[in-house]
Design a protein around this ligand. Sequence first.
Ligand code: CA
Length: 535
Amino acid sequence: MRKVSYVVLFCLAALTSLSSAFATSSYLNLARQRYPRITGTRLDSCNLCHTGGSSRGLYGQAYQNSGRNFAAIESQDSDGDGFINLSELNALTFPGDRNDFTKTNLYFPSVSNTASHFTGFAITNTSSDRATLVLSAYRSSGQAVPGGAGVSGYKILEMPAHSQIANLAYELFGSGLQLDGGWVRLASPHAGVLGFSLNFDDRLGSLDGTTAPASAPANLILPELKSVEIALVNPSETQTVTANLIPFDDQGRQQNPLSVQIPANGRYAGRSETLFPSSFIDAGGYLKVSASGGIVAEESIDSSGDEVSTLGGIDVSGGGLQLYSPQFAAGGNTWRSTLTLINLENSPTSLTLSFISNDGLELGKSTTIDVGANARLVISDPSVFGLPAVPDNLLEGYVRIASSATRVAGVVTFGDPADTRFRTSLPCVAQGGTDLVFSQVAVDDTWFTGLAAVNANSVPADVTISVFRTDGSPAATGYSRIEPNSRFSKLLTQLVPNLPLLGKGYFTVHSSQPLFSFAVFGTQSLSVLSAIPPQ
Ligand SMILES: [Ca+2]
């Protein structure tokens, strides 16, 4: 009898643990059904809810306490790491482990894949570790792009150390992808991932790129209001945001604001001339966006022809007392530049502007201009420096901007004099860097890549330019010296000897002194041109 009891007890115990295992695996099945992307990943195990053995972890406890309702705990942060459970599951980080969370969040605010418009992504893993990343595509409604025939709403990438990918949206999400003005989130539990995207049309008549921002502030400025399409993304996965669009004129006077609601994961797009009276827009001005939560903002300026230049939103708390426009070029029938500066504070300032040549010599004379509270100053030719508005010969260099009282931000737009063939924009920079990464390089029969760098220091800068293939292996290296207050603007082929033809890849700039720098790439025929800020 006793033996039989042991056997019975043993079997009961085995059954109990078996049934608990069955329960766990059926809960895991439910998790897979609700979050299909976890299937086959490191989250696809008992460890999602349990911390080794059978004891529940923080997420497992929350699931139990909710009456086993995944939806009910999606907006909770069970492990207190600052990321809600839904974000963690979407980013493939453990919602019950406070040491495991998204270290890189990047936002690509304008993504299209239609018969005529495409988006390309260049993503670089700059770290010496392998990185897992999850790309998620959303429609403007906030709906995740649904999976179906030839399309998936998400893409999981495993990137070796120092590697790069350059792919079109449909190469990542499938040839069935149909997206007209959506957006993409990149999340990774690894740090050191950088992104850049390019939007272009099928004729390569227009192309422009922007670096993917890694943060979503609540207060931003879009520096142009005329002939622009504004795009705002709400990256919250659970909360609607209210965004107030507040137009300012060049004198800093606020006009009637417009309020828009953007659903969770949603995107709002609108053209300035349909949003605000033309009498106001035609006079210039800029837009302040003030939202109830973090947002990502971008504007595309298309004032002439089909040439587009894209600018990311400027964080209102950013800018600086000293700024550099790393490019200003005018004349010689080749270039025209427009420098736009905005006083970010509610009190007046004076801006002293100096135009400095590549050799470090002042071009014309420095000028000081009073700028009112919240006002905007537009410099569209070099006449403010006492030079001809359209110089016969090319004048090229950089502009230093010093503000007497308040933080200012700015952008420079440059293109051909008629502004119809090519045009691109760059933010002005307050702080230089010694280690810069440019997430894209293209050097072949069709494409060129150029690099400009300003050494605004009083000592020479020794610069190493290293070009890498997509697998992270070095392709070629070049060395340059930039004298104090000087600048170079050259083709990558001039700076890096023995550079092989490359359609993809990336490059880094290491300097002994902080530099203000940017890259440009475009077609050899200059039908398109895109400037790339460093990251
Ligand atoms: Ca976590």
